[in-house]
Design a protein around this ligand. Structure first.
Ligand code: GLC
Ligand code: MG
Length: 257
């Protein structure tokens, strides 16, 4: 494994304890002869993730893909990767999407401003089904834009340019770093993670607390469904994948008693 792209919330983090467990495991992996790159791939905004990293024991990553694949940050160089933004800008207009959806769709509420960015138009849209989502997709298409509609946790609706999403951003980053996709692993727990599992040749860990929508979206692929939840499930899956001794790793990770 040369690159590990992981969701944060519900996957490696649900509070201080899981952050410590994942940090201890990652510290061990950093000692492998070929140190893998760590990529956080999350729906949170970049500012939000950076705040979370500095306020918890989560290890510092090499890259952050934030806003469901709409923002990319190179931690070593401390810079936003504008190269990725350029790849997103075709056939997309935030204002048009936002105005159309708020004019035409009932029962929908815009997420707070800090959850929006020029390539991510996000809403709360409770307990909807495939038809409701298709309707939104068609509405945007009718305005001549190329978007995709991503639904997570039976609540969060993200509308992004067709070229965005966590999986496409990951594919771009791996190619940027010349890392073959067969040497990439991913982990996640909810709907917005499914595109990472659909990246060809990657190994994936679906944690046991994952939502059903993700489990069905990845069925038939080569994802591993862990028995343990959250960070423990990630450790379980990656240890199997890498042939590591889970026993010794979990002893090392008992930092919080
Ligand atoms: C995070 C983001 C939110 C998004 C959700 C699902 O919670 O803050 O904007 O809708 O992930 O992708
Ligand atoms: Mg999650």
């Amino acid at each position: 494994m040369l690159l590990f792209s992981t969701d944060i919330d519900g996957t490696i983090f649900d509070g201080p304890e899981t952050a410590e467990i994942f940090a201890a495991f990652w510290k061990n992996l950093r000692e492998l002869p070929e140190q893998p790159l760590l990529v956080y791939n999350t729906g949170r905004s970049l500012d939000d993730v950076r705040g979370l990293i500095s306020g918890t024991s989560l290890p510092s990553p090499d890259f952050i893909i934030a806003g469901v694949g709409t923002e990319m940050f190179d931690q070593a160089e401390g810079r936003l990767m504008d190269e990725w933004k350029e790849a997103l800008s075709g056939n997309w207009n935030f204002e048009t999407v936002r105005n159309l959806v708020s004019a035409e769709i009932e029962d929908i509420e815009a997420q707070p401003d800090e959850c929006q960015n020029e390539f991510k138009c996000s809403w709360y849209y409770h307990d909807k089904n495939g038809n409701d989502l298709d309707r939104i997709g068609k509405l945007i298409e009718s305005a001549g834009l190329e978007a995709q509609v991503i639904y997570s946790s039976n609540r969060d609706l993200d509308i992004l340019p067709r070229q965005a999403n966590k999986g496409n951003a990951l594919r771009w980053l791996a190619s940027w770093r010349n890392i073959p996709l067969s040497r990439v692993a991913v982990a996640g727990d909810s709907g917005n993670d499914s595109s990472m599992f659909l990246v060809d040749d990657t190994f994936g860990v679906v944690v046991s607390n994952a939502e059903d929508a993700l489990v069905s979206a990845v069925a038939g692929g080569n994802a591993y469904l862990s028995e343990e939840p959250c960070a423990r499930g990630v450790i379980e899956g990656l240890s199997l994948h890498l042939g590591l001794d889970t026993q010794s790793l979990s002893h090392d990770s008992h930092t919080s008693g």
